[in-house]
Design a protein around this ligand. Structure first.
Ligand SMILES: C[S@@+](CC[C@H](N)C(=O)[O-])C[C@H]1O[C@@H](n2cnc3c(N)ncnc32)[C@H](O)[C@@H]1O
Length: 194
């Protein structure tokens, strides 16, 4: 399995905010959705070997960890993504990891805790950062985890801690949209047949 972790300090943690229809006002959930599409969808197909994690730190009840693996059973259409995130947020229950739809989970868990757990499972952690080592040159194992920030980037304090367990990698010399970075990473993995 390949993992993408999308972090947002402002993305709303309430289903109600999404029901109001303005994804930009809900802490730029639009960017989260664009990134998810690039992470999971192909032309007329989807990637069953990708799990996409959203870590939302916006109000009113941060942090929220939403984990989605698209399956045939879920049958998720691209245009329904905001609805599914909204429903998942509504179904959050305190003190438990809830499977709201097949392979779609929500829980209250911090950014660092989610990454620590993946690391403990033996996965290799990469932080997407313009100043990192070249994605094209770096060795990538079969079970990589890629961490991407929203329009405001990744949180400085947590990044300091993460440096000890993760490798910074760059997708190129420009600052790209989060969704563009996800597409570039997937393309590199496809070319390497990972
Ligand atoms: C729009 S950028 C964020 C810009 C933000 N102002 C900052 O300074 O981080 C969104 C995310 O895409 C990733 N990113 C953007 N350009 C990149 C690059 N050239 N290589 C690797 N990751 C990149 C980073 O993870 C970043 O947090």
């Amino acid at each position: 399995m390949k993992h993408f972790i999308y972090f947002s300090s402002k993305a709303s943690t309430s289903g109600k905010a999404l029901s109001q229809g303005d994804l930009r006002k809900a802490g730029r959930i639009d960017i989260a959705i664009h990134s998810f599409i690039q992470g999971v969808y192909l032309s007329k197909d989807f990637r069953e070997d990708v799990t996409f994690h959203f870590i939302f730190y916006g109000m009113p009840d941060p942090p929220k960890h939403i984990e989605i693996t698209v399956t045939n059973e879920l049958g998720l259409n691209k245009k329904d993504i905001s609805k599914i995130i909204q429903k998942i947020l509504y179904k959050y229950k305190p003190n438990q990891k809830t499977e709201v739809f097949p392979k779609c989970f929500i829980e209250k868990k911090s950014f660092l805790k989610v990454i620590d757990e993946l690391k403990k499972q033996g996965k290799e952690i990469f932080i997407l950062d313009k100043k990192g080592e070249s994605l094209r040159k770096i060795k990538i194992s079969k079970e990589p985890v890629f961490i991407i920030g929203d329009h405001e980037g990744l949180p400085k304090k947590e990044l300091k801690r993460l440096k000890q367990i993760a490798t910074k990698i760059s997708a190129g010399p420009k600052t790209y949209f989060a969704s563009q970075v996800v597409a570039v990473v997937n393309n590199e993995l496809d070319i390497r047949n990972l």
